[in-house]
Design a protein around this ligand. Structure first.
Ligand SMILES: Cc1cc2nc3c(=O)[nH]c(=O)nc-3n(C[C@H](O)[C@H](O)[C@H](O)COP(=O)(O)OP(=O)(O)OC[C@H]3O[C@@H](n4cnc5c(N)ncnc54)[C@H](O)[C@@H]3O)c2cc1C
Ligand code: FES
Length: 338
């Protein structure tokens, strides 16, 4: 057994070196930040102050040459091979939330448009899933590897979970969901996961940037803000290719009902009859705000969009600690920087 001591919190864990350091930390109740858990998003980066870690196979893509030179490691991918001394900022808000594996029944399947399905999952009996608005879960079926999907409803009725699933061309699990999955099927979920959730201690205005089904967790966040009667100013930017990709009218309805909510849909491949915003969603956000130093930005969707939004917002003065994101990373992305 090795000991891993987090200098930032003074807490320590034990690891045999068989599991990732992140898995060991989460299992022992330390709320280390993480996102994709597959080596792409870089959210689990930590500084190794002393000791050795090892990776199975190649060094993962989210670690740059500079990261390696600065002795950084990806905790979701590496294992301990000696006692370790590391530095990680743990997340307080997740302290009382347990990651659970639960059975669930497919209660309802609704086709929302040509390539997005809404799935309502019911957790049987008196059980429920405690989570924060914005988090995701792993959906499990015995024939497939678990797949990550964000929870699209606010945590008010937490034995009913809503997911928005986009069909991936050639994708095994999403094709199964679209073609074969039927109501009443029993699946399993494991969650909640991730550090993409609304920071409620702040009263700063929020800019919510969604790409495609990245609207799911953004919807959960807005529903939560509405349910707690928040007075925070909310700007929702939803980027999709064409008008038929806007699969929900809810943002328009929120904007007409609440003075504090503003909604801007942005089409990257608009028809000539579209009178709204055109281009890439992050470009419109950056154009609309001169100074983001007093805002919080939450961005969710394709990795390229999330990275571009981060770069653009930081240039407009957004503090790094006020940018929160979930990138829908997947295992075989060819070039994250393309
Ligand atoms: C934290 C997180 C939250 C997510 N939340 C959602 C969500 O709420 N809704 C949602 O629709 N998706 C979401 N995703 C993405 C979702 O997990 C993938 O689309 C899904 O795993 C694809 O599974 P598959 O078996 O159909 O594809 P696979 O069989 O695993 O992949 C087939 C091929 O498609 C490519 N591919 C896989 N996924 C994508 C993708 N998303 N976009 C483009 N190409 C892809 C792969 O590289 C591969 O070449 C999320 C991902 C993460 C990491
Ligand atoms: S790279 Fe480790 S959680 Fe994404």
């Amino acid at each position: 057994m090795f000991t891993v001591l987090n200098q930032a919190s003074g807490k320590s864990i034990q690891s045999s070196g068989k599991e990732s350091i992140l898995d060991a930390a989460l299992a022992q109740g330390l709320n280390f930040p993480y996102g994709c858990q597959n080596g792409f998003c870089g959210k689990c980066k930590a500084v190794i102050l002393r000791g050795e870690v090892e990776y199975e196979g190649k060094v993962p893509p989210a670690l740059t040459e500079e990261d390696l030179a600065a002795n950084m490691a990806l905790l979701c991918q590496c294992r301990v091979s000696s006692d370790l001394y590391i530095s990680v900022d743990e997340l307080d808000d997740l302290a009382n939330i347990e990651v659970r594996s639960l059975p669930c029944r497919v209660e309802k399947i609704n086709r929302l448009n040509h390539d997005v399905i809404q799935i309502m999952l019911k957790i049987p009996g008196a059980q429920s899933l405690q989570y924060l608005a914005g988090q995701y879960l792993d959906l499990e079926h015995s024939d497939f590897e678990p797949r990550a999907f964000s929870i699209a409803n606010a945590p008010v009725n937490s034995n009913l979970i809503e997911l928005h699933v986009r069909l991936v061309e050639g994708g095994q699990f999403t094709n199964f969901i679209f073609k074969t999955l039927s109501e009443k099927t029993i699946l399993r979920i494991e969650g909640p996961k991730g550090d993409f959730f609304l920071r409620e201690e702040s009263d700063k205005p929020v800019i919510l940037v969604a790409g495609g089904t990245g609207f799911g967790p953004i919807k959960a966040i807005v529903e939560h803000l509405i349910s707690v009667n928040s007075q925070r100013e909310v700007s929702i930017y939803w980027g999709v290719r064409a008008q038929e990709d806007i699969y929900s009218n809810l943002p328009s309805e929120w904007a007409s009902e609440f003075d504090s909510i503003n909604y801007i849909p942005v089409l990257s491949e608009a028809n000539s009859d579209w009178e709204g915003e055109k281009g890439f969603v992050h470009e419109v956000v950056v154009r609309d705000f001169d100074d983001l130093s007093d805002y919080e930005v939450y961005a969710c969707g394709p990795p390229i969009m999330v990275r571009a939004a981060a770069a653009g917002c930081l240039e407009k003065g957004l503090p790094k600690k006020s940018f929160f994101s979930d990138a829908f990373e997947y295992a075989f992305e060819e070039d994250a920087n393309e």
